[in-house]
Design a protein around this ligand. Structure first.
Ligand SMILES: *Cc1c(COP(=O)(O)O)cnc(C)c1O
Length: 388
């Protein structure tokens, strides 16, 4: 089976892990942790960063660090992975779901603005939602599959209404905004990454927060490490054990040595699938928003035709050809835990997700494997267009 996205561990990962074993620095303190934090900050253009045990905890502690919790609302796009809204709930707040742009699949700034204007009033900490009395304090744009959204537009929106901007950049390491501006310097309050096993850069599991707000980074460190003060067992808040270990960071440091190579490989895979899609009437490449350098964590194509059964047929066909093809993320407003969430009309996300086909995109996917994928896809879509 050609997998969707598996880690590429052919660099110095094993050497660095051995260093951890030899030095006994296997836990949450160690040189790789410090090194990895420094590199994440540099890549993000921020004075500091903190590494954590997952992308979900990075988002969660960022919200908590910004004093977002009970009785608060965070607005986010429904077309995302379940971890994004889960992090809001973990912080004790509630989600307010908005649709994405049909053109680039990122949070629709004007729909968000209309919803805020029509359903909230000004409040000292953001905006008060009239119907629920909850306070909208932040927006959480998602860099879907590594795509850079309109960060300027999102920051303008946030400033207009006194909101924070917490970016779910889980899959977007190595991307940048317009004119190459680093993500942390785009005006957002925090950038949250994931280093889960299937991401472009992995630590096995892990996450990070980069921010220009050094006090926020310090606070997240404190929250992630049991709220300990001083060298003894004194703790000043109910906190968490969410730190990254030196073992995870060792893998991350080795991975970052090959970041350019990984991003280039993702770009080549994207271009190949985009070119393939251009040959078929009913297929389109994933969008390429023009707001900076995209990361292309996942790529593939999407179906623009009218047959509601085609997705399952195509997935079955690819599976029988030895290719791992799964449905895309089901939007949050359709997920059981969020049935009661505040939700704006979902004309795009409600339909789009079933049309999206993420294809194999590991950074060490071989040309032969890519040909196998394209040949199998070609058989299906040629037959489809021949008969319709
Ligand atoms: C991967 C991902 C996450 C979650 O990261 P974990 O490290 O798995 O907790 C959150 N949001 C998006 C958009 C993701 O792609």
């Amino acid at each position: 089976m050609i997998p969707l996205a598996i880690p590429n561990l052919q660099g110095r990962e094993a050497d660095y892990l051995q260093d951890c074993i030899t030095s006994t620095f296997v836990s949450t303190v160690g040189p790789f942790v410090t090194n990895f934090e420094g590199q994440i900050a540099t890549l993000s253009g921020t004075p500091s960063a903190v590494v954590l045990c997952s992308g979900t905890t990075a988002l969660h502690l960022t919200l908590e660090g910004l004093d977002i919790g009970e009785n608060d609302l965070v607005m986010l796009p429904s077309l995302t992975f379940i971890a994004t809204p889960n992090s809001v709930k973990h912080a004790g707040a509630d989600v307010w779901l908005v649709d994405v742009h049909a053109s680039d699949w990122t949070m629709d700034v004007s729909l968000a603005r209309d919803a805020i204007l029509s359903k909230t009033d000004p409040h000292a900490d953001g905006r008060i939602h009239r119907e629920t009395g909850k306070i909208l304090k932040a927006i959480m744009p998602v860099m879907i599959m590594g795509a850079v959204p309109d960060l300027d537009g999102l920051c303008d929106l946030a400033r207009e209404f006194g909101l924070k901007v917490v970016v779910d950049a889980a899959a977007a390491i190595g991307t940048s905004g317009i004119n190459g501006v680093k993500l942390g310097m785009t005006g957002v309050d925090a950038v949250c990454y994931s280093f889960n096993g299937n991401k472009t850069v992995t630590c096995g599991g892990g996450g990070a927060v980069a921010s220009n707000n050094s006090a926020l980074i310090t606070r997240i460190k404190h929250l992630s490490s049991t709220g300990r003060v001083g060298a003894n067992y004194d703790h000043d808040i109910v906190a968490y054990n969410y730190r990254m270990t030196n073992l995870q960071a060792a893998v991350g440091v080795a991975q970052l040595e090959r970041l350019d190579e990984f991003l280039n490989a993702k770009q080549v895979i994207r271009n190949t699938y985009a070119e393939f899609a251009s040959k078929f009437e009913v297929l389109d490449a994933f969008p390429e928003p023009q707001f900076g350098r995209n990361g292309h964590w996942f790529s593939g194509f999407w179906y623009t035709g009218e047959d509601p059964e085609v997705g399952q047929k195509f997935r079955n066909h690819m599976k029988s050809s030895g290719i791992d093809l799964r449905p895309f993320w089901k939007p949050i407003h359709l997920q059981a835990p969020y049935r009661a969430a505040l939700v704006e009309p979902m004309h795009v996300a409600g339909d789009l997700w079933q049309r999206i086909f993420p294809l194999p995109c590991s950074t060490h996917l071989t040309p032969e494997q890519l040909d196998t994928v394209l040949d199998a896809a070609s058989v299906f879509w040629t037959a489809y267009e021949g008969t319709s």
